[in-house]
Design a protein around this ligand. Structure first.
Ligand SMILES: *Cc1c(COP(=O)(O)O)cnc(C)c1O
Length: 406
């Protein structure tokens, strides 16, 4: 495309922006190509992408394996409807159960929808098994999605005043505080629901004592333990599921983000004792469609290869080491997280300015809040790409620092 055509295209794109509901500030960039760990904008400028669709593109942008799964499955069958079996749906459910403590899967299309299903399942179980108990304990700063019920379950302060009245029945407790959690339990409590690493809150891991204590509380009070692994699942934290880092056996788990490697599919998993939906209680038009299931199966087949997860742990240490050095050199704060869900506290330097500067330089980062940078690259990222990212960050920080002093 020549320069004139390009600038006309960009002008036209700007004009069309008014037809999109403005739900988030977006930079004036139009990405048109993604390949592995890089995105390319309309001018051909490359961006090393450590956001990857928000911890979604498990294998990077447009991996061949997903292209092939999409092509092969869509040539055969796209959607027979959710009330029929299809083979990819069965194969994927089988794979997920074989590699976890769960026996049954319900497929959905987004993390929020899977969590909505988890909340419904817990309430159904409460009706059948616990005299109508329905309250779910969730945690401050936790994030579970943007449907009305999942926003009600979410512990983000900024959600509190929105869309009132919320769905009732959620009791929020400070994270990592076992005694406060036990005090919040009453006879109508049915479940405890949490993320094992609070992602949107700024990558806050749950303490092992806390998580194992929650499991004990659930046994003692006959409650379900629901783990939201929408962000942590599919090897993001260096084990296939984050609950495997702990000595626990959850009753319900939800998956989303990384499961489809960029395509929309999520899942709700449980065991046979907890699975209690009656016909008609749960469903969804696109749920379990063979195209998304074939894609997720291809993603899992890659992630389950013997060297894949060890690579995540190696590269995780490498990234943490690089960030530790950066933190020491620029007087920044803590580096924390597991696997390839890592945060760096930026202390007095604005994380949002870092994100903007880095983007100008061709590096995409995420700031879950003004003091935290979050790194969630594709699980296939290499050491040399980490080196490039750290170098770019060093450049940005040097620039911001001279600017502050000057
Ligand atoms: C992203 C996320 C969700 C919501 O997933 P959507 O696909 O955006 O609906 C829920 N829980 C956690 C922990 C998440 O990170």
């Amino acid at each position: 495309m020549n320069k004139k055509m390009l600038s006309e295209k960009i002008e036209a794109a700007k004009e069309m922006q008014k037809h999109l509901m403005p739900i988030t500030p977006r930079p004036e960039i139009y990405f048109h190509k993604g390949e592995g760990h890089y995105l390319y904008d309309q001018t051909g400028k490359a961006y090393l992408d450590l956001v990857q669709g928000w911890a979604v593109n498990t294998l990077g942008h447009s991996p061949t394996i997903i292209q092939q799964a999409l092509l092969q499955q869509s040539t055969k069958l796209i959607n027979p409807g959710p009330a029929f079996y299809n083979l990819p749906m069965l194969e994927l459910a089988n794979t997920l159960c074989q590699h976890s403590v769960f026996d049954q899967v319900f497929f959905a299309n987004s993390g929020a929808e899977a969590n909505e299903g988890a909340i419904k399942l817990a309430r159904k179980w409460g009706q059948k098994q616990k005299q109508g108990a329905y309250k779910i304990i969730t945690f401050e700063k936790g994030f579970h999605g943007r449907t009305l019920a999942t926003m009600s379950a979410t512990g983000k302060d900024s959600f509190a005043p929105l869309f009132e009245p919320k769905v009732s029945g959620f009791k929020k407790v400070p994270f990592n505080q076992l005694e406060a959690t036990e005090s919040a339990i009453d006879s109508s409590t049915v479940a405890i629901m949490l993320e094992l690493v609070q992602g949107e809150a700024g990558v806050i891991p749950a303490d092992p004592n806390f998580v194992e204590g929650l499991q004990q509380l659930c046994k003692k009070h006959n409650l379900l333990l629901i783990i939201d692994e929408v962000q942590t699942g599919i090897a993001r934290t260096g084990s296939l599921f984050a609950y495997q880092h702990y000595n626990i056996q959850p009753d319900i788990m939800t998956l989303g983000k990384g499961l489809g490697g960029g395509m929309p599919i999520s899942a709700l998993l449980t065991n046979t004792q907890t699975s209690c939906f009656d016909y008609g209680d749960q469903g969804g038009t696109f749920n379990g469609n063979p195209v998304m299931c074939a894609v997720a199966q291809a993603v899992l087949a890659t992630v389950l290869q013997p060297n894949f997860i060890p690579h995540i742990n190696t590269i995780s240490s490498y990234l943490k080491h690089g960030l530790d050095k950066l933190s020491a050199d620029f007087s920044l704060g803590e580096v924390r997280g597991k696997g390839l869900l890592i945060a760096l506290d930026t202390n007095t330097v604005s994380a949002t300015s870092i994100v903007e500067r880095a983007r100008e330089q061709g590096l995409l980062l995420n700031a879950p809040n003004i003091q935290t940078l979050r790194f969630m690259p594709a699980l296939t990222i290499t050491e040399s790409e980490i080196d490039t990212a750290i170098e770019q960050l060093r450049h940005v920080l040097t620039h911001l620092k001279t600017q502050r002093c000057g």
